[in-house]
Design a protein around this ligand. Structure first.
Ligand SMILES: C[S@@+](CC[C@H](N)C(=O)[O-])C[C@H]1O[C@@H](n2cnc3c(N)ncnc32)[C@H](O)[C@@H]1O
Length: 191
């Protein structure tokens, strides 16, 4: 059912959906493994689709109440809200994350977050937009542990970044996915 929903949405909007099928469980687990499961601050997922990475975050021991899922496609946001009723699901654009989090979960004040995992199709998006998404994440996240995690089917970094301030690297490679994928993790350099 989740797979047929995904295929239907891909056929309807291929560029926005970004893949013909959901990520594999192996890729979901590799993404979730980058997030610190301790703590109480929200963990934000961008573009949850049918919830493969969301499920892996729960399997990692992250409490469902901590999850904030931002999804542009209402068919997917309805789906994940039904599957994860205790998570906060926001239907809107990930590129509006800072404002959405402030108004919808911070009560007007910018909330602190543990980190962001993203399944967004970022290739082809303007550099400035991708840089701002990374910068916003690291501004909201705790300096030491907070991170931005993104997968890509390509070899190089899916987000351009300033190497003096930010440590970004390919942290995992997952062959068991269509297509084989790399996980990139970005953290602010400290000290
Ligand atoms: C490649 S799919 C990944 C889905 C899921 N995370 C997975 O790994 O199976 C990309 C997802 O990002 C969503 N998406 C695309 N652009 C978005 C945006 N600007 N804001 C939020 N979600 C977006 C799509 O609707 C889709 O659910």
């Amino acid at each position: 059912m989740a797979d047929s929903l995904f295929l239907r949405e891909f056929l309807r909007a291929p560029l926005r959906t970004g893949a013909q099928q959901p990520s594999s469980r192996a890729l979901g687990a590799a993404m979730a493994a980058e997030i610190d499961s301790n703590g109480t601050d929200p963990v934000v997922e961008l573009g949850p689709g049918t919830g493969v990475i969301t499920r892996a975050l729960l399997d990692r021991g992250i409490d469902e109440h901590r999850l904030v899922l931002i999804e542009l496609n209402p068919s997917f946001s309805d789906h994940v809200q039904r599957s994860f009723p205790r998570a906060t699901v926001l239907t809107g654009s990930a590129f509006d994350m800072r404002r959405l989090l402030t108004t919808e979960i911070g009560g007007g004040i910018e909330p602190r977050i543990s980190g962001v995992v993203s399944g967004l199709p970022l290739r082809g998006r303007p550099d400035a937009l991708r840089r701002r998404l990374l910068q916003d994440t690291l501004d909201l996240a705790r300096p030491a542990a907070g991170c931005f995690v993104q997968f890509t089917y390509w070899y190089d970094s899916p987000v351009p970044f300033d190497r003096a301030d930010i440590n970004g690297r390919r942290t995992r490679f997952v062959p068991f996915n269509l297509w084989p994928a790399s996980v990139w993790t970005y953290r602010r350099r400290t000290g």
